[in-house]
Ligand binder design. Sequence first.
Ligand SMILES: NC(=O)c1ccc[n+]([C@@H]2O[C@H](COP(=O)([O-])OP(=O)(O)OC[C@H]3O[C@@H](n4cnc5c(N)ncnc54)[C@H](O)[C@@H]3O)[C@@H](O)[C@H]2O)c1
Length: 323
Amino acid sequence: MKRIYVIGAGSIGSRHLQALKAVKRPLDITVVDPAPGALRRAEQRFLAGRGKTRHHTRYVATLPHEHSAIDVAIIATNADVRRQVVEALLNRADVRYLILEKLLFCAKPDFSAIQTLLKRRRTKAWVNCPMRLMPPYRDVKTKLTTTALSYHATGSQIALVTTAIHYLDHIAYLTGCADYRVDTSFLNAKPVPSKRKGFLELTGTLLFQFSNGTIGKITSYPTGNAPTMVEIATPDLYYLVREADQKTWIAEPKHNWRWLERSAPIPFQSQITTGIVESLLAQGTCLLPTYRESAALHLPLLEAVRTFLNKHGRKKYRYYPFT
Ligand SMILES: NC(=O)c1ccc[n+]([C@@H]2O[C@H](COP(=O)([O-])OP(=O)(O)OC[C@H]3O[C@@H](n4cnc5c(N)ncnc54)[C@H](O)[C@@H]3O)[C@@H](O)[C@H]2O)c1
């Protein structure tokens, strides 16, 4: 049986777990979370998940000692404890494949420390930025004739910083360009509490200028309930995604720029992780961005928003208070 660990069984961790139920080969799954309520809810979600394979599961409050080899570990805690969790795990067991939630870490030195540890322990790691796996966001790549995009994502209260990494990753996937600068001058000065306790969020607009000419603009309105909309424009394509409607609208010169409406279901995390883990177990790789790629995308964003907070607030941050 392949051995899987899910560490952090909160909102997203429990969805990863639910997805494991549908993995076709039998798994030996260990779920770790110090919060009994989180473990209970995760177990309920697992039991409610789809899939007929008989997996073995156990739910524990602390990292067990007895396993020296783990096939896949998913780290779905918040960012503040992610480094210590990864270190504790890798110092205890050989982990072949690691999936880390975003945002990766709350401090700059954590990025290189974990990179070094992964190399030393020969663990291959990916970061859960799954837009590049989702059909409407993947398909647009086949339609692009240029990689210099105008990319806008807009919505009300979309948790700007934690969401921005998804859009940055999508842009990097579409364009092949990961080199960007951040303009924070259109952000609202006052941070807001994150829905995850102890963390912050920002509202307003983050502007990204990529070295290949792509402009990314991510806007979170502080009020209202405007649904999230992603607009990608080039001289040869207008491409619009509204996730809440599960639809895309596409306009191209070959159709005289007429809008064509397509159905575009966005898979849930409780479905996506099934394929990721099956791919890791069968092929030793998956379609998520690698740790190295994603770390390089995280740092300019996190440094820019930290500098922004320090410029506008009384408290001076040496870490990133985001998750
Ligand atoms: N990739 C995505 O699309 C996506 C979606 C949602 C959340 N996330 C990210 O996932 C992370 C978690 O978000 P969430 O909403 O699930 O938060 P959450 O607070 O619901 O869950 C975090 C869980 O980690 C547990 N935990 C804390 N310390 C631990 C430790 N040392 N060992 C094991 N478990 C520990 C907590 O008890 C909690 O149950 C965040 O960084 C968030 O940005 C990513």
